[in-house]
Design a protein around this ligand. Sequence first.
Ligand SMILES: Cc1cc2nc3c(=O)[nH]c(=O)nc-3n(C[C@H](O)[C@H](O)[C@H](O)COP(=O)(O)OP(=O)(O)OC[C@H]3O[C@@H](n4cnc5c(N)ncnc54)[C@H](O)[C@@H]3O)c2cc1C
Ligand code: FES
Length: 294
Amino acid sequence: MIEHDNVSPAEDITRSYQPELARVIGKWQMTELMVLLRLQTESGENLEHEPGQFLQVSLPGYGEAPISFCSSPTQTDSFELCVQAVGNLSEAMHDLRPGDFVGVRGPYGHGFPIAEMEGRDILIVAGGIGIAPLRSLINYIADRRSDFGRGIVVYGARTPSDRLFLDDVAAWDARADLETYFSVDEPDDTWTGMTGVVTVPLRGVEIDPDRTTAAVVGPPVMYRYVAMELLAKDMREDDILFSLERRFKCGMGKCGHCQLNDLYVCQDGPVFRYTQLLGRSEAIEVWAPEEQKG
Ligand SMILES: Cc1cc2nc3c(=O)[nH]c(=O)nc-3n(C[C@H](O)[C@H](O)[C@H](O)COP(=O)(O)OP(=O)(O)OC[C@H]3O[C@@H](n4cnc5c(N)ncnc54)[C@H](O)[C@@H]3O)c2cc1C
Ligand code: FES
C-alpha cells in the first residue's frame, strides 16, 4: 500500500483513493463466466498481500469493486485475480487483454491469520468460486509446507464444468503432503468423484479438533451447514474462519457502506472468526449455537 507522510488529512484521504496502475500480463478463460488475470504493478512493486485480502480494482468508465487475491504471496513477481462476469466492471475485465491496465488500491482487510495458523492442521473448505481466495492460502501452504501440520482441501462445485483452477487442483491432488476431497452437486458422465454438496466429503474427513483451524469460503448458505459439520467434529468456534462478502465502496473503513452492526466488513474482515459473527443476524444465515451442536 502507498504510504502518505507529511500531508494534510484531506490530502491523505484523496490520495488513499488514488489507484496505482497494474498491467495485465496473462489471461486465461477458466469457464464461460470466470477469467483468471495475471497482473504486475507498473511500478514493479510487490503488493505484499496476505491470503484472504482483497484489492479495490477499477476501470475508468466502469467503476470499482473488491476482488480477492487468488495467487499466493509466495508468487512475488506478479499477482492473480479471478473475476466472475456479473455486471459492468467484471464484464469489462473479461474483455481485458495482455498489455491493458487496470487501477488497483490495496491490499485491504484482514486476511487469514497466518502466524497463528502456523504449526496447526489446516482444513480448507471451498464452495463454488470460494476456491478463488482459498487458492491463495492453499498455494501458500503448499509452498511453505513445513510451516503447517496437515493440509486438507475440501472443494465442492455445482457441476464438473464449474470447477476452477483445474491445473492447481490436479497438482494438489498429486501431492502426498496434501489431502484432497472433491465433490460436485450435479455430476455428468465424466465425473468419477463424490456427488453431493461440500458437506458430504467434509463429513468423512477425520481431524484432531484441538490442532485444526478451518478456513471456509463459499456462498453464504453454505456457512451454516459447514459450521454444523465442524462443530460436530468438536472444533472450537474460534478456530473456524469465514470470509464474508458485502457491497463495498471505499474498501478501507471510511464510508460505512459495508457495516455489519459494529464491524466494518472491509476493514475488520473479510475474514472473521465464527465467534465474531455469532449474534450478528445479517452476517450469514443465523442459527442458534445450541441447534448446531444438538
Ligand atoms: C471482499 C470481497 C472479495 C471479492 N472477491 C471477488 C473475486 O475474487 N472475484 C469476483 O469475481 N468477485 C469478487 N467479489 C464480488 C465483486 O466485488 C462484485 O461482484 C462486484 O460488484 C462486481 O462489480 P460489477 O460492476 O461487475 O457488478 P455490479 O454491477 O456491481 O453487480 C452485478 C450484480 O451482482 C450483485 N452483487 C454485487 N456485489 C455483490 C455482493 N458483494 N454480494 C452479493 N451480490 C452482489 C449485484 O446486486 C448485481 O446483481 C468480492 C467481493 C468482496 C466484498
Ligand atoms: S466499504 Fe467503506 S467502510 Fe467498508
